[in-house]
Design a protein around this ligand. Structure first.
Ligand SMILES: Nc1ncnc2c1ncn2[C@@H]1O[C@H](COP(=O)(O)OP(=O)(O)OP(=O)(O)O)[C@@H](O)[C@H]1O
Length: 711
């Protein structure tokens, strides 16, 4: 049972193995066949490319008429033929040479000479010679002259390089011997003939119809030669002689160069000289520059002489420098990431502009370009653990969004005397809106409706740009809106700006200066988005018209009370979800009647109904129903009369930042040391660095009130 079972077990196994092996055999023979077919196809396609390029060559045409099944027979015939030729030996070749010497004259001057010779040789391929000579005639005289000279040079060099040994003397004299020096494999020679349409001009006796070599041996040889050729092309010092086997149609030009020499001289000697790696055309033509213009392969380094090594390394260094220069030339004018930050010494301090919660702002002048900039010193002193995140955010957000006409542009980041002083150089904008409104209020002046519309449109446009970039400003207020002499409004102070996303992430609700803070923030929401900025814009719009803050609360509770008093206390129907907000639950609010705001704008007809609709849209309690920047920009208020005035028609105002101008350097009195006595050491150091007197840096006529609830 055991035996039976063994047989029974082995039987199927053996037969399975047999099946497997027979199927493997079948597979391998099939794969061989497939491989052979592929090779055939590859050769045929390659030859067909030559066919296209040499379509005037009837010999080539005939090559392709040979069917693959006849290939083996044709190959055998050719080998037999070649054996016969070999037996004919030296006498036959010497005869040919003697015949050629008689007819030796420039082929382009006597195309018939070749035909006569051809007839003497009895090969009967006159039509092919005609075709060859037609091509020959087309060759430019200059080319021929060039090749002739090159042949002569080659011959000279060859003569010079020979030794005095009798053997070499004989070699030099006998073309046959020279031909034997070139010991390319016979199969390779065959392939050379097949793939080289000009071969017929080198050796007339091979002008028999050539078939396509189908044997994998030839294909393999060709592949190997091609690999060497590829190496040769890349390598400045590579073995050039193998490039004659290059069969890529694109390399025909190079191939032709060599073949021309052969054709023109029609001398076997020259063929051999050409194939000599020491006397290759490539070597001769290649200048030192070309030779060292490429970085050698790893293996090539080992074969180099010390001089070559040195020259290669020098050339590589030069190339590196050139490349680096080219790369740097493509960079923007200033690229701190690569070039590092400049020092604040590069600027001269003109005067101090203002001090905000997060930094002092100076007016500075670039010593190189005389350009006036605003230099904001980022507050660092409280930072114990590296660069403050608020400063980083401000720089980052401004760099992202700054490419807009209504957003202040950051020029560069500068380093102070040590790492805890960082400055941001921005375009200098002459006015800030808060100071302008204060001045107007005192002078009992106000912006015209057209000017109000222009300012609002610019503000909305800058904010729309930011929101499209997923950036929330979170600190919009009149003191953070700057205005140029030419009436262009610029949003500044990105100290609280943040990128937001969808879905929303929880952020702190203690953002935005209290008077401009939205009701959802005041009620403690941590999931908020662009409507917080839109609320601030509503407050700013009202302030532009009224010339005073709309909701000047003294604390968060009073702030929210003020809002509800004007707009009405919300209910779940007005603002769905309001009762879920944290502070709504902890606070009780009086029920104020719905929207009293309109009354504020009625006196003096400060805002018409259309304008009020926009204001109402911006100051909507429910953030989901608040208008967006894009919606606001499309509002009919901007379309109706009076139209927004062009910015350049804005009146000019005295800029507070220019009121503390430092005197010109020539008139500068010598600074006595004790003038700094009442200034704190940090500021004194800074003033010294900027060469500014303490009295020059006093804030101008307008000072900002700091909101203690602001973070
Ligand atoms: N680019 C500028 N050109 C001219 N003046 C500027 C510029 N940037 C800021 N200022 C002035 O400096 C003041 C303070 O600047 P900024 O608001 O950036 O500082 P801050 O410390 O963030 O202030 P804030 O208390 O408003 O947060 C502004 O109100 C404005 O008067």
């Amino acid at each position: 049972m055991g035996g039976a079972s063994t047989i029974g077990e082995l039987g199927p196994m053996t037969s399975a193995r047999n099946r497997a092996s027979s199927s493997e055999d079948a597979k391998s023979s099939r794969s061989n066949r497939e491989q052979e077919t592929k090779m055939r196809e590859s050769i045929l396609s390659r030859l067909s490319k030559r066919k296209v390029s040499d379509s005037d060559d009837d010999t080539t045409e005939q090559r392709f008429s040979i069917q693959p099944k006849d290939a083996q027979k044709a190959k055998e015939d050719r080998y037999r033929e070649k054996e016969r030729e070999r037996r004919k030996g030296r006498d036959h070749r010497d005869d040919r040479r003697a015949g050629r010497e008689i007819d030796a004259r420039p082929s382009n001057r006597d195309p018939r000479g070749k035909n006569e010779r051809s007839d003497r040789d009895g090969k009967g391929h006159e039509h092919r010679h005609h075709s060859h000579h037609h091509k020959h005639d087309r060759t430019s005289d200059r080319e021929k002259e060039k090749h002739r000279k090159r042949d002569e040079r080659n011959k000279d060099r060859h003569r010079q390089s020979r030794t005095t040994s009798p053997e070499d003397d004989r070699t030099q004299k006998s073309p046959l011997k020279k031909a034997r020096q070139y010991d390319a494999p016979e199969d390779a020679k065959l392939f050379d003939r097949v793939l080289d349409p000009n071969y017929k001009s080198k050796q007339q006796e091979v002008l028999v119809v050539e078939d396509v070599e189908m044997s994998p041996v030839e294909i393999l040889d060709e592949k190997e030669e091609k690999e060497i050729t590829e190496f040769t092309i890349d390598s400045p010092a590579g073995p050039k002689k193998y490039s004659k086997f290059e069969s890529d149609p694109e390399s025909d030009h190079e191939e032709e160069k060599k073949v021309h020499t052969i054709k023109d001289s029609d001398d076997d000697d020259v063929v051999e000289v050409h194939d000599d790696p020491l006397h290759s055309d490539y070597d001769e033509d290649e200048s030192d520059d070309d030779k060292y213009s490429k970085t050698p392969e790893d293996r090539e380094w080992e074969e180099m002489t010390e001089t070559e090594l040195r020259l290669h390394k020098e050339a590589m260094k030069k190339r590196q420098v050139v490349r680096q220069k080219a790369l740097i030339a493509q960079l923007p004018v200033f690229y701190p990431g690569l070039m590092g930050c400049r020092n604040i010494d590069e600027y001269e301090c003109v005067n101090r502009v203002d001090e905000g919660t997060f930094g002092v702002v100076y007016r500075g002048k670039d010593k190189r370009t005389d350009e006036i900039v605003a230099l904001k010193r980022l507050k660092m002193e409280k930072e114990r653990e590296g660069f403050p995140i608020t400063a980083l955010r401000e720089i980052n957000m401004l760099l992202k969004a700054g490419n807009h006409p209504n957003i202040v542009n950051v020029k560069e980041i500068l380093l102070g005397s040590n790492m805890d002083k960082i400055y941001m150089a921005m375009e200098f904008v002459e006015h800030d809106m808060k100071s302008l409104l204060d001045t107007m209020s005192r002078r009992n002046k106000r912006f015209s409706i057209g000017e109000q519309k222009t300012l609002m449109r610019q503000l909305l446009s800058g904010i729309e740009h930011m929101h499209k970039l997923w950036i929330l400003h979170r600190d919009l207020k009149t003191s953070n809106l700057l205005m140029s002499h030419t009436g262009v409004l610029k949003i500044a102070d990105f100290g609280l700006a943040r990128e937001y996303g969808d879905p929303l992430r929880k952020f702190t609700s203690i953002v935005v200066t209290l008077w401009y803070r939205s009701p959802e923030l005041l009620l403690g929401t941590r999931l908020y988005s662009t409507p917080v900025d839109m609320w601030s814009i509503g407050c700013i719009m009202a302030e532009l018209i009224l010339l005073k803050p709309l909701f000047p609360g003294q604390g968060e509770t009073e702030q929210i009370k003020k809002i509800f008093m004007e707009l009405g206390t919300p209910t779940e129907s007005i603002w769905p979800g309001v009762s879920e907000l944290e502070r709504w639950k902890t606070l009780t609010f009086e029920k104020y009647p719905y929207n009293q705001l309109r009354k504020k704008f009625l006196a003096g007809r400060l805002l018409n109904d259309t304008g009020f609709k926009l204001l109402n849209g911006l100051l909507t309690l429910d953030p989901k129903n608040r208008v967006s920047a894009s919606q606001a920009l499309d509002h009919e208020w901007f379309e109706e009369e009076p139209h927004p005035v062009p910015p350049e028609e804005f009146p000019t105002f005295p800029a507070k930042s220019e009121q503390n101008k430092a005197p010109p350097p020539a008139a500068k009195p010598k600074q006595p040391e004790n003038r700094m006595a009442h200034v704190d050491p940090e500021t004194a150091k800074l003033l010294k660095q900027f060469e500014v007197r303490p009295e020059q840096v006093k804030p101008g006529g307008f000072s900002l009130k700091f909101d203690p609830t602001r973070f």
